[in-house]
Design a protein around this ligand. Structure first.
Ligand code: PAF
Length: 295
């Protein structure tokens, strides 16, 4: 059994008393929100937070509001003691692990809805998702009032949604994205990778390689429509059972690009299923300047 010496607080009042002390001491501090089941991807966010602030608080809360009724809330992996030990080893100072009633007490009836950037892609396929994320992240930011908050770029759209809500609601925090950490074959680390059977795991590892080839083709001026269609064919041929989306979007606001080829910083985003497990991934696509006769 792994042992953790990480202090754990369970109430907003206790969290605030710790962060108020840090503030009085003039220390900058960072928040790393998580749903637990931690892996190297989360730990890299804690290390990034540590490099940018004097103190780090991580939160562990499996947020029921971002799961639809048919999703995996009940079986989502939970191991608080193991997570606390990993967080301590990565340089976290304290863990905020509230019970559901601390975050959503009886009578709770407010939700945060972020407009345009939350609507396509994940928002279209999982309509409940960003409302749940935006509500809990707004609460966590206001509970901790950190100087910075760090989120993984694997959930690229989530970072844009959180940046938007912090800006729109005047929450004084800098939102920072940490690079996606990958397995040797390119599979983005995710707590849900634990659901993959060995044969599914082999298929899952193909997604990133396929997207990389697609991003290169797009940077070499492959028309977006053609590239998206080819990517879908390759993903199906690799053994994925269903594709939710494969799409090239403006990197800042996720709107579709107006021209046939990529002419501005863009992002290639995909969500696909291997058996009953849903994977997401994304990559930057560099802009290629447009020629005068481009449409
Ligand atoms: O990315 C996650 O783990 C969750 O969506 C977050 C940001 C912790 C909110 O529950």
């Amino acid at each position: 059994m792994i042992e953790s010496r990480l202090p754990i607080v369970r109430t907003v009042a206790d969290l605030r008393s710790v962060t108020a002390t840090w503030r009085r001491e003039g220390k900058r501090f960072a928040l790393v929100p998580t749903m637990g089941a931690l892996h190297e991807g989360h730990l890299s966010l804690v290390r990034l937070a540590r490099a940018r602030a004097g103190r780090v608080v991580a939160s562990l809360f499996v947020n029921p509001r971002q799961f639809a009724a048919h999703e995996d809330l009940d079986i989502y992996p939970r191991d608080e003691a193991g997570d606390a030990a990993l967080l301590a080893s990565a340089g976290c100072d304290i863990l905020f692990a509230p019970a559901p009633g601390e975050i959503y007490p009886p009578g709770f009836s407010t939700s945060v809805s972020v407009g345009a950037v939350s609507e396509p892609l994940e928002g279209a396929v999982r309509p409940h998702f960003f409302g749940g994320v935006a509500t809990v992240v707004t609460k966590l930011l206001l509970q901790a009032l950190p100087d910075i908050a760090v989120f993984g770029e694997k959930d690229y759209q989530q970072i844009l949604v959180i940046k938007r809500l912090a800006r729109d609601l005047d929450i004084p925090v800098e939102i920072i994205g940490g690079e996606t950490v990958r397995e040797a074959d390119g599979l983005a680390m995710s707590s849900r990778n634990a659901y993959l059977a060995p044969a599914e795991r082999a298929i899952a590892g193909r997604l990133n390689a396929i997207l990389r080839e697609g991003a290169l083709a797009l940077e070499r001026r492959r028309p977006i429509e053609t590239a998206e269609a080819e990517l879908k064919q390759h993903i199906v041929a690799a053994g994925f059972s269903k594709i939710d989306y494969v799409s090239v979007r403006d990197a800042e606001d996720l709107t579709p690009l107006p021209h046939a080829t990529v002419d501005r910083p863009a992002r290639l985003l995909a969500a696909a299923w291997v058996g009953a497990t849903r994977l997401i991934d994304n990559l930057p696509v560099m802009a290629t300047p447009r020629a005068v006769n481009d449409v």
